[in-house]
Each structure stands twice: as structure tokens, then as C-alpha cells.
Design a protein around this ligand. Sequence first.
Ligand code: URA
Length: 242
Amino acid sequence: MERLQKYMAGLGIDSRRNCELLIAQGRVTVEGRVAVLGERVEPGVTHVCLDGEPLENYSREDLVYIMLYKPAGYVTTVQDEYDRATVLELVSDVLERIVPVGRLDLDTEGLLLLTNDGELTYRLTHPRFGVEKEYVAKVKNLPGPAELDQLRKGIRLEDGLTSPAKVDILPNGLVRLVIHEGRKHQVKRMLAAVGCPVLALRRTRFGSLSLRGLHRGEYRRLNDSEIRELKDMCSSAQRQRT
Ligand code: URA
């Protein structure tokens, strides 16, 4: 048995959160009665409809997983209200309706995943699953031992204490920071809080995926073993946290 919203997301209907909304709006029925949020269904057996249509009738796009080396200057959104260039324009020859997994700031470059797999997007962005993200930052002042220590313990920001980061200074004078949360401007705010404002930021790793082999603006589809690794990583990251 599986929770209804998870089952729907797994079928590619929408993200888990959006499926919860569909259920809350009373648009989903289970065996002919209006579904209740959180109820469990038997995949492939329970008769589930969305807006009166059996879920099987929703043409399910093939799931695609794209890794992009986002250059600075592109907004991480599907459509920008100010008409700025979006990351979707960089992958315009992908025909499936993919969306970015999480966000990189306009001036941040680096690894961005895009997919139409709502369930994986949920897992990769929810703090519960604690997927590691590695960033390399050029900073105005290098952190000393006291600042490194603060970053390793957690920094008090206006939206609360951050989890401890892994941090070190690379031989080329850049700061490498590994975090598993995804708050807005988190890396910039953490480094600014210890007196080391960020001048340039690149995400070099997202869980098991690294940027290796890609140049700025390039993208490629993940292969089956990379997809499997990403999914496994979410499960093991959750296990470590519980
Ligand atoms: N942290 C930031 O400050 N910016 C990003 O784009 C990503 C993480």
C-alpha cells in the first residue's frame, strides 16, 4: 500500500505537493468516493481518478533527467515575469516538460538538475532527505580558523540556525562548502555572516552527480546508473537522518 499523493507523483501526474493540493481540492476519487489526504492505495489495483479520468488515462511522459552546467545570467524558473533568460532556454531541444530541481541564483553557475519526475524532485529538494550540495566560492576575505569553525558548527541566520557545513580552503584559494539544506541564498548568507562575502559561486556537486565533463551552458541526459544512484542516495540520506 502506498500513500495516494506518493502514488500519483510516482506516475508522473505532478509533484507530490501538487498532488496533495489536487486531493485537498476534492478532484481525486478512490473507488468512486472523494479521496482523503494521506489515504493509502494499492498501486495498480485501487481505482483512482483525477477529474473523473482514471489515472492510467493521463498520458504519462517518459521520465527524463537532465544535468545542466548553468552559466551565470540565467534565471532558474520555467517562465520569468521580467522576461529574463531562463535555464529552460538552454535545454530548449528537450521536448518533455521538465522543471528545475531547486534553484540557483541568477549570478550563480554550476550543476542544475531538470526533470519531469515529480517524486524525485520532491525527494531531492526536501530537507528530510538531506542530499549534499557542494559549492565552490570566491570570497572577498578568506575565512580563518575561527570562521571555519563557526561554519562547521552552524551559522545563526535570520531564518534560524543552519546545519553544520563541511568546509575547507582549496589550494587555489577558493572556499569549498558542502551543505544539505537549500535555503534561499544560503551559501552567500553563511559566508557573509562570518565576514567573507561571496564574489562568485559555483555548484560543483549535487548528491552523486558532479559537473565533470560538462562546459558552461552544456547539458546531457543522465544514464540509468546515475538515475539509480540519485534515487538510492535519497533513501540512504533519509535513513541516516532517522
Ligand atoms: N546558495 C546561494 O547563496 N546561492 C545559490 O545559488 C545556491 C546556494
